[in-house]
Design a protein around this ligand. Structure first.
Ligand code: CR1
Length: 793
């Protein structure tokens, strides 16, 4: 496509799809017109892919996920279609900067963090690999909340990304399913029949996901909830307008927000309903597609793979069994075996509070037949493993992790360490019963978005040296290694980083009116706020460093900016306290005339995918400092390494593998290992011991406890100081001293820019293994037994 053709297509859409005259068009109109013009280019490959999937009778992969953190889609589509330069010239002619048009797009915030972003990377990789696949999820009207700060505290407001027309989706009014809740189960001729009492409609919205070079496109199908009866006219006519629209309001609630606060019984019920709603609709949809091609249900495991992204869709097990048995007449045992042949489960966390459990009371009320089926699944499992079995139903609760494990033919962890810990802890007993079921698939990230799209400067350098084959085969980055010492390579590498940092400095100035020095080290921790991720360890180190600089202001300090970003769950009080502390510390440090040239702290509000794309290419240091054993994998850690930011981190999650790949000498390791953490916790007073042994730590904690950072409201942050100096479950204090040591090592290396850039470039060259293409190949081979439908090259 030439830039003239693209320009004409844009102008055509501006006029005929948006009804705007170019003279009066605002940025929004241009962005929509460009999106529609680009979408037109996706439609043919998308149709071709669908036809090829049917024609080749390929096995289909269905990725069921509560979250798809897709972010902006326009630039991604343009990059994958190879239209970046074309779009650039088209807008040069139109007379508008393309960046302004691209940044007009709202972030689709249909996810919380890593789990949702992983789903988005996987769907893109499946398209790039040409695998017939589909993502299934919920079309949340308001995704994750919008975060802002007031007096340093987190304020939550509803996200409104769907206020504007979503340019990428196709509404499918004909693709609807009735989803039932409640009611009774009756027996007729030996078959159980569930007659739900309430119900609602799941309606599909499709977004095409185009792969690299536009060779293949898959669909992300998101379900929106609608009432069965839109409106009660009798009530309206009698004047009760609110009651008249109650059914609609109630139904819409299901697809309104991501993770409603489930600290209340209503919140819990809503969440379980959401999970069943999208899972049931997705299974029915996949079976409908199967029925158009095959008539023998026993073929199902050969032709269909359902991947459960965490336990949220784990109800798929009993629901698929119910459909096969109650509706299609299969024998219960065959139904269980067939369902298991299709299902596999990815575990993303060992944190007990995140492993879902539902009370049998609640589940029985909403899904009475499913509780019966879960009992039968347990019974069949006990028959299979009579000596010593494990059940999903226990003490009046349904344990969704166990259910997903028992109903999956494969269960995977998301990093080597996490998978090992799964075997030793949460699924120890089940693993002993089924030693072949657990496999590892280390996470990955898509190079199209996270290197090519987000970091054009670095990408340009890589392509100059290697050609563009690396984009679809990221391990080719290894080819950079012999060039690192070539004349000019490191200079160009450093210049790209420096220019990315300058862009960030300009943006921070413009949006937050803060002055940052691009020569300072940009030390970045961006991720959800959680005690196990230990943003408080990071800020404690900042406090200690500030105190030390004040003691010795003429010392040889390496200038640093600590940048934070991340949202705290609305009900997670302590995580919000940490945000408050970081903001208060930032206010004091940034206003200090003596120290602020060496140390600043910035907390950027409303961290999201777009902000990550801005920050990661401009980062020098990647903070991956979780308590060992707690971070299942991490994926941000991979993005930083790829973009040439060495890690300071613990031996946790995929950090372990990153360190193996980039080399121990290019990774700043600190802290206890997972077994050491467990052992340390056995000492009742581990925090007190650590504080007694390290005066720096004691002094920093005193500052937190006192009124140094409390602007007149003394004791404001005492909760944090008290927590850390008493039970300190996440062993912040016990890791502090070693963290401090590692940070000073970082300072020393950074002060030698040549050494630093060498290390940074090696991080890029050696991180190619962390592509989500590699992860997807692993799932295809070890879990799905499926493959690409594209002809071999
Ligand atoms: C983990 O915390 C991992 C992602 C994706 C998260 C993180 O370490 O990288 O999953 N888990 O695998 C999660 O969100 C509900 O659990």
């Amino acid at each position: 496509m030439t830039s003239v053709e693209l320009r004409d297509s844009i102008l055509h859409h501006l006029k005929y799809s948006l009804g705007k005259d170019a003279e009066h068009a605002v940025t929004y109109d241009w962005r929509m017109a460009l999106s529609l013009a680009v979408r037109d280019r996706i439609t043919d490959p998308w149709f071709d892919a669908t036809r090829a999937s049917y024609a080749g009778q390929h096995k289909r992969v269905y990725y069921l996920s509560m979250e798809f953190l897709i972010g902006r889609l326009l630039q991604d589509a343009i990059v994958n279609l190879g239209l970046l330069e074309t779009a650039q010239s088209a807008f040069d002619e139109i007379g508008l900067p393309l960046v302004d048009v691209l940044s007009n797009e709202p972030d689709a915030a249909l996810g919380n963090g890593g789990l949702g972003r992983l789903a988005a990377c996987f769907i893109e990789s499946l398209s790039s690999l040409g695998v017939p696949a589909m993502g299934y999820g919920i079309r949340y009207e308001h995704g994750l909340f919008k975060q802002s700060f007031q007096d340093g505290k987190q304020i939550e407001a509803p996200e409104d990304w769907l206020q504007q027309t979503h340019a990428w989706e196709f509404e499918r009014p004909e693709s609807t399913y009735h989803i039932g809740f409640g009611g009774t189960v009756t027996e007729k001729n030996g078959r159980s029949i569930w007659e739900p009492e309430d119900g609602l409609i799941a309606q599909a919205f499709d977004t095409p996901v185009i792969g690299w070079k536009g060779n293949w496109a898959n669909t992300l199908r998101l379900w929106s909830a609608r009432p069965t009866q839109i409106f009660d006219l009798d009530q309206f006519n009698s004047g009760d307008y609110i009651a008249a629209s109650a059914p609609e309001t109630l139904a819409r609630t299901i697809s309104r927000v991501l993770y409603p606060d489930d600290t209340t019984p209503q919140g819990k019920e809503l969440r379980l309903k959401q999970e069943f709603f999208f899972t049931a609709a997705s299974l029915r949809d996949a079976l409908r597609r199967f029925d158009t091609e095959y008539d023998d249900l026993r073929m199902l495991p050969k032709k269909v793979a359902f991947q459960l992204n965490d336990t949220h869709p784990a109800i798929a097990g009993p629901e698929l069994v119910r459909i096969l048995c109650d509706e299609r007449g299969m024998k219960m045992e065959d139904a269980i075996t067939t369902a298991r042949g299709c299902l596999a489960y990815t575990n993303h966390t060992l944190l007990p509070e995140a492993l879902e459990r539902w009370s049998v009371d609640l589940m029985g009320r909403l899904l009475p037949r499913h509780v019966q089926i879960i009992e039968q699944i347990d019974a069949a499992h006990a028959k299979e493993k009579p000596k010593r079995t494990v059940t999903a139903l226990e003490n009046g609760e349904v344990k969704m992790g166990e259910l997903a494990f028992i109903m999956g033919h494969k269960v995977n962890g998301v990093s080597a360490l996490h998978t090992d810990l799964m075997k030793q802890t949460v699924f120890k007993d089940l693993h002993e019963l089924h030693p072949d079921r657990i496999v590892n698939q280390t996470n990955g990230v898509t190079p199209r978005r996270w290197v090519l799209g987000a970091n054009p400067r670095l990408s340009g350098l890589i392509t100059d040296v290697l050609g563009d084959g690396w984009v679809a085969d990221l391990e080719q980055l290894k080819g950079l290694e012999p060039h690192i010492d070539d004349a000019g390579f490191l200079d160009r590498f450093a210049a790209a980083k420096r220019a990315n940092k300058t862009d960030l400095v300009d943006w921070v100035k413009e949006t937050h009116d803060l002055d940052l020095d691009p020569d300072a080290m940009f030390d970045v921790q961006i991720k959800r706020m959680h005690e196990y991720k230990r943003q408080h360890l990071n800020i404690l180190e900042a406090i200690a460093l500030w105190q030390e600089i004040r003691d010795n202001p003429t010392g040889n300090w390496t200038p640093r900016v600590k940048i934070f970003g991340g949202k705290a769950a609305p009900g997670y009080v302590f995580a919000k306290e940490i945000i408050h502390l970081i903001n208060d510390v930032a206010a004091v440090l940034n206003a200090d005339p003596v120290t602020s040239k060496y140390l600043k702290v910035v907390f950027l509000p409303n961290y999201n995918v777009t902000m990550a794309e801005r920050l990661i290419p401009a980062s020098d240091l990647s903070e991956q400092i979780s308590t060992a054993g707690k971070e299942a994998s991490g994926t941000g850690n991979m993005k930083f390494a790829l973009n040439g930011a060495p890690t300071i981190g613990t031996l946790d999650g995929a950090n372990v593998e990153i360190r193996e790949h980039v080399g121990a000498e290019n990774f700043f390791l600190f802290g206890m290992t997972a077994p050491e953490v467990d052992e340390r916790r056995l000492l009742g007073d581990h925090a007190a011991q650590a504080i007694a042994a390290d005066p720096r730590l004691a002094r920093a904690l005193d500052a937190v406890r006192g009124d140094v950072f409390s602007t007149g409201d003394a004791g404001r942050h005492a909760v944090i100081a008290d927590n850390l100096s008493t039970h300190d479950y996440f062993v912040v204090c016990s890791d502090f001293t070693d963290y401090w040591r590692a940070q000073r090592e970082v300072d020393a290396v950074y002060a030698d820019q040549n050494k630093w850039m060498h290390m940074a470039a090696l991080n890029t060259a050696r991180s190619g293994w962390f592509s989500s293409d590699r992860s997807m190949r692993g799932y295809l081979a070890d879990i799905w037994n499926a493959g690409s439908a594209l002809p071999e090259k």
